[in-house]
Design a protein around this ligand. Structure first.
Ligand code: ADP
Ligand code: MG
Length: 376
């Protein structure tokens, strides 16, 4: 079986490195800190939260986890808060229903049981915002009440927290800040991608969450750990590989955990018969992936105006390019730095491009390879 995993939370043997990060997180959580944890998509944030949760549980810390990608409205967010708190309490179904109803009966919650026994919760009403905000305030106050009463540490983890802007905007941020900052026995993790947005949220004076606690930027996983991990997996599968090939995998994946696993997975399947992996094979696998995604990328590409296409060509050719320089502007016919700026901000808005350590990178790494290969 192919051992390389991508696109889902990695656990156990597949979870590598991050020891220092876990240690710091556990310490800060036990100190009751409110932490901003920021990294681009696919760096391993959720996996880190899950791993940290395991560790925290052995230390008697109660964990409340909410994924804001799954809550597409203020009402759903409110219901998810209630549900995650009942999960933290480990309540059985009937008790959980009672518990949740106490907080959100105004949303007319609908409960059902999933095949795996877990609860599915929908809402059937949209009361005035003021009422929903009151529910949220009561819910957010609960972890502190619980922590005090049970003499236990609690941490509330919000994953994909940048979505809060769409869910409730500034009024919700303000409400959350006001309730949370007074809580001595509860720690919070605001985890999110879309770096600029999360950064602004945490470090702009005018924003609600300014100064609430430490801001941590999750970095990529060190290459040597990934080399060891891949070497271990390929050896177990009786593959012959060179160190150079392993390095080529990491490089061609932009050093991003998700794409490294993706590419290694691809190579495992591609070379299942002759069991030999060279640096050339890595290039070939990248080409296969780009080609497979062609239909989607083609459609995406057709939707860009020409100036944005040219900027994308430039960024795909060299992610380190100084895109405001005269030579870049001439080479990619961008006319002026003002036009670069405008096109760039539109591409960032469409979430095609992301700013990362002063570089402008494609949010979809394979798309940058596709552009380089098929559109330049
Ligand atoms: N610690 C890790 N060890 C090995 N692979 C990882 C690790 N963290 C992330 N990955 C890879 O990246 C993918 C995305 O991880 P995930 O935790 O979902 O990232 P994020 O939440 O930042 O988008 C995983 O499916 C896995 O392929
Ligand atoms: Mg995630």
């Amino acid at each position: 079986m192919n051992p390389f995993v991508f696109g889902e939370v990695v656990e156990g043997f597949n979870f590598i490195d991050r020891k220092a990060e876990i240690k710091t997180l556990v310490r800060d959580i036990e100190d009751g800190q409110k932490i901003f944890l920021i990294a681009p998509r696919r760096y391993g944030k959720t996996s880190l939260l899950v791993k940290t949760t395991e560790k925290l549980k052995t230390r008697g810390v109660r964990v409340i986890y909410i994924d804001l990608y799954k809550t597409a409205s203020l009402e759903q967010f409110t219901a998810a808060l209630g549900k995650s708190m009942s999960e933290m309490r480990k309540l059985e179904f009937g008790e959980a229903v009672k518990f949740i109803k106490e907080f959100i009966s105004g949303l007319r919650p609908q409960f059902s049981v999933n095949p795996d026994g877990s609860m599915s919760l929908g809402v059937d009403a949209t009361p005035p915002q003021k009422e929903v905000f009151q529910m949220i305030e009561n819910l957010l106050a609960y972890p502190q009440r619980f922590a005090k009463k049970e003499n236990q540490r609690v941490v509330v983890m919000f994953d994909e927290f940048q979505e809060i802007a769409d869910i409730g905007g500034e009024p919700l941020e303000k409400l959350m800040r006001a309730v949370i900052q007074k809580q001595r026995d509860v720690s919070y993790i605001f985890c999110g991608s879309k770096k600029t947005m999360m950064n602004e949220m945490a470090s702009r004076k005018s924003r609600a969450f300014f100064g609430i606690g430490p801001i941590t930027h999750l970095e990529k996983i060190q290459n040597e750990y990934f080399e060891k991990y891949m070497a271990g997996n390929f050896s177990k599968g009786n593959f012959d590989y060179s160190k150079e090939a392993l390095r080529a995998i990491i490089r061609n994946a932009g050093e991003i955990p998700y794409y490294i696993q993706y590419l290694a997975h691809e190579l495992w399947d591609m070379k299942a018969e002759d069991k030999k992996i060279t640096a050339q094979d890595v290039e070939k696998a990248v080409g296969l992936i780009a080609k497979r995604n062609s239909p989607i990328y083609q459609m995406l590409w057709e939707g860009f105006p020409q100036t944005q296409k040219r900027l994308l060509q430039g960024l795909a050719a060299d992610p380190k390019a100084t895109i405001f320089s005269g030579s870049f502007i001439t080479r990619f016919q961008m006319k002026s730095s003002a036009l670069v700026k405008k096109s760039l901000s539109l591409l960032i808005k469409k979430e095609i491009i992301e700013k990362e350590n002063d570089e402008y990178i494609f949010t979809d790494h394979w798309f940058s390879i596709w552009v380089r290969k098929y559109c330049s």
